[in-house]
Write a protein that binds this ligand. Sequence first.
Ligand SMILES: Cc1cc2nc3c(=O)[nH]c(=O)nc-3n(C[C@H](O)[C@H](O)[C@H](O)COP(=O)(O)OP(=O)(O)OC[C@H]3O[C@@H](n4cnc5c(N)ncnc54)[C@H](O)[C@@H]3O)c2cc1C
Length: 429
Amino acid sequence: MADFDVIVVGAGPAGSVVSYLLAKKGHSVLTVERGKRPGAKNMFGGRLYSWSLEKVFPEFWKEAPVEREVTREVLGFLHGDRGIEIRLSTRPESRSFTLLRAKFDQWLAERAEDAGAEVVPGFKVEGPLIRDGRVVGVVAEGEEEMESEVVVAADGALSFMAERAGLRPKLSKDDFAVGAKEVIELPKEVIEDRFGLADGEGAAQLYVGDLTEGVVGGGFLYTNRESVSLGVVMRIGSLASKAGEISTSMWEATERFKSHPMIRRYVEGGKLVEYSAHMIPETQFMRGVRLYTDGMVVVGDAAGFCVNYGVTVRGMDFAIESAIAAAEAVHGALERGDTSANSLGEYERILSSGMLRELEAARRAVGLMEDERLYTSIPRMAVRTLEHLFLVNGRPKESLYSFLRREMSEEGISLISALMLGWRALRSL
Ligand SMILES: Cc1cc2nc3c(=O)[nH]c(=O)nc-3n(C[C@H](O)[C@H](O)[C@H](O)COP(=O)(O)OP(=O)(O)OC[C@H]3O[C@@H](n4cnc5c(N)ncnc54)[C@H](O)[C@@H]3O)c2cc1C
């Protein structure tokens, strides 16, 4: 007889949601988390799209510790000390909230506890406990063994659980991006004034350009209630390919971003209260990752359900959606008394009819976003073209056509390659 019906490794959004749903169904659930408390070790840029969590907790934002509802999207191009910002008011059907993980993950884990899950922080799992080729529990630090009918690996981007159970290959640097983030405290009124927001409204602002020196990636700003999350994301493979050519480290890129005149005005005078860095899995769910085996399923970042669009990352909503699917499949398997791979395969079948299709579509956009010109030539040309359009100095101006031809030739972009990039964008986005 196993110690628990289910052991969940990791109390991030995926782990807490699967724990909540399975405990609510009456299963005995142990959720172990290596951090001192859920959320203590977790960071992300700043926004959660609400569609998947709403299925579990309708209107969760009324009680969950969210910071602000995103009502403004900004896309920015930076070049030298100049820049362009394109602003968009968000649509209600694409609802999202900014949040801070330390508070939010704790809240989600408490919901799992309320439902009856036993959440144990400060507990690091070494790997799956495997007998006769089947996962039958986990091995904790100090060789302690704990058994369960099913293990849910929700241990994030580096997932030793998935790797040691043979569900995913050993990953290389090309499978990851890295993100660094600062949380800068400012009074609520100052944030609302600088970003032009009303009470409760929030902004999500993404920037590409010089700050990454041609490395695929960019900077972000998210407004919280009384702080701003500011950070930089860069692809590790792209960063490594430029080693020796450029000076950019995560820290330097963050400093360069923060001190750009367009960005500095948002955060100056603020107090730095947190600095963190974290790995981001690239879309390796497409690269031979299996989602289940006898006695175990893998959810969230551990399964690679995270999309890095170059500058913006989306993984929280996928982590939650995969947890919902896993809970349904694990519940069914426990009810049938059959937790074999064949029975747990229901998990993938549920995902195939929805989320996996969306991730497949996202892969095309990710492919487009790997084009380095989007982080170099395009921001430069966008800034210079607008400067040209607004130039008034009492002298006759070069026509826009001749200006653009000259710019494109300086950037080494032919008309054909510009049209091809446009065509790829139309097909991918
Ligand atoms: C810089 C950056 C910016 C991002 N921005 C966004 C964004 O704006 N929006 C968005 O949707 N997504 C964003 N993401 C992605 C998002 O953070 C992840 O997709 C999401 O956190 C995945 O949730 P998860 O529960 O699968 O994993 P995680 O949140 O990583 O949780 C895994 C948990 O497992 C625990 N754990 C790990 N190993 C063990 C072990 N051996 N034993 C016990 N516990 C263990 C960890 O401590 C952690 O609590 C960003 C990521 C980064 C790095």
